[in-house]
Design a protein around this ligand. Structure first.
Ligand code: ZN
Ligand code: ZN
Length: 376
């Protein structure tokens, strides 16, 4: 019997301190006197703190400061015991003022998340101190760090994927995927199974798309009734310790028609080639092309309407993007999805998606549900 116990993923300071040290190296490299992090997901990644209002000051001397408001005093001390904590409702301006008072001249900030108003607040907090502090964009420096997962992150992702695998297996074993049910009923059933198996939440609104709806890549489940002969596409995931799983499987209710078998086999071949192309050093555009080529050659290129995959972690979509428009190369311990699809409007569509860890010995598959065409 499989070991279904979930790992205890706690958030000890050692890991978050290591991550802050990596950001500190970015600060030194860019000649910054301090960095303010205001993206809450990045604050969580760097501190372990999960509250809904926070900012983090990372300083070259290691004296990092977490700001949050009075609702979170206890939680911040428990989740980030290694950090000095400032209680202030306007978190980022408070930290900007602190940095300016301490003589910071070049203050890094996340220009891709700070609004124009937010930047004005930072500047007014620094103005009048006579320090001459100037804000400098660090772009998506933390998102770049997050693309490469550490061991605890990979274990959380593996646990999240395992929950999704077991939920789908139990749904099928109990006959939950059958003609006569609505898409919405199937979606809620699958969600409840993930939650009872230990998911903190679902990764995103579960996609259940039957019949012609399966040709809509991100169809929202509605009152459509599953019928014999339908493709049924399920795209879903669980979160565990903050980390998201992502998997798509497509089934046929009853015996598949020849056209269904054909596009299923085509997408399965594409998906296998995409997984095989996940090698350390591969350009993301080449991974996309490896999976896209057979679909284009079969004349279905225009029916594969999205990129091949995406990074997954504390967010469902994160770096790197695997698409023809992507940039960069795969590195060891990136966690990505491979999810080609062919969608024939008015008839039906197939997508097959796995989540995998890129590694020097080939990818490590985290979503283990079979990809054979299953006729239910
Ligand atoms: Zn998905
Ligand atoms: Zn996905």
């Amino acid at each position: 019997m499989a070991d279904n116990s979930l790992p205890l993923v706690t958030d000890p300071g050692a890991r978050t301190a290591t991550r802050r040290d990596r950001l500190r190296a970015v600060a030194v490299e860019a000649d910054l006197d301090a960095i303010i992090i205001s993206n809450l997901v990045n604050v969580r990644y760097l501190t372990g703190f999960t509250g809904s209002n926070a900012a983090l000051l990372v300083r070259p001397n290691g004296a990092d400061v977490l700001a949050t408001d009075g609702r979170y005093t206890t939680q911040a001390r428990a989740q980030a015991p290694d950090l000095e904590i400032v209680i202030e409702r306007a978190c980022a301006p408070a930290l900007a003022g602190l940095a300016a008072r301490n003589g910071a001249l070049r203050l890094g900030y996340e220009s891709h998340v700070v609004t124009i108003d937010g930047l004005a607040h930072l500047q007014s907090a620094m103005a009048g101190l006579g320090s001459g502090t100037e804000p400098v964009s660090i772009h998506a420096a933390v998102e770049t760090l997050r693309a490469i997962k550490d061991g605890s992150e990979i274990e959380a992702l593996r646990a999240a994927c395992g929950i999704a695998d077991r939920a789908l297996a139990s749904l099928i074993a109990d006959g939950g995927l059958r003609a006569g049910r609505t898409e919405r009923e199937v979606g809620r059933d699958l969600d409840n199974r993930m939650l009872s198996l230990g998911a903190e939440a679902v990764s995103f609104e579960t996609i259940v798309a039957a019949g012609a709806n399966s040709a809509i890549p991100h169809h929202r489940p509605d009152e459509a009734v599953l019928a014999g002969g339908d493709f049924v596409k399920l795209d879903f995931g669980a979160t565990y310790a903050g980390y998201h799983s992502d998997m798509t499987r497509t089934f046929v209710l009853g015996a598949p028609a020849a056209w269904q078998r054909d596009i299923y086999d085509l997408v399965a071949t594409s998906q296998r080639l995409g997984r095989e192309a996940l090698t350390v050093g591969a350009a993301v555009v080449d991974v996309d092309a490896a999976a896209r080529t057979p679909i284009v050659e079969a004349g279905h290129g225009p029916a594969f309407t999205h990129g091949l995959g995406h990074g997954v972690g504390l967010e469902i979509h994160e770096a790197p993007g695997l698409s023809a428009l992507g940039a960069g190369k795969l590195e060891a311990d990136m966690v990505v999805t491979v999810e080609p699809g062919v969608y024939l409007p008015g008839r039906g569509g197939v997508r097959i998606e796995d989540t995998l860890v890129v590694g020097t010995d080939g990818p490590d598959l985290l979503t283990l549900t079979s990809k054979e065409l299953v006729a239910l």
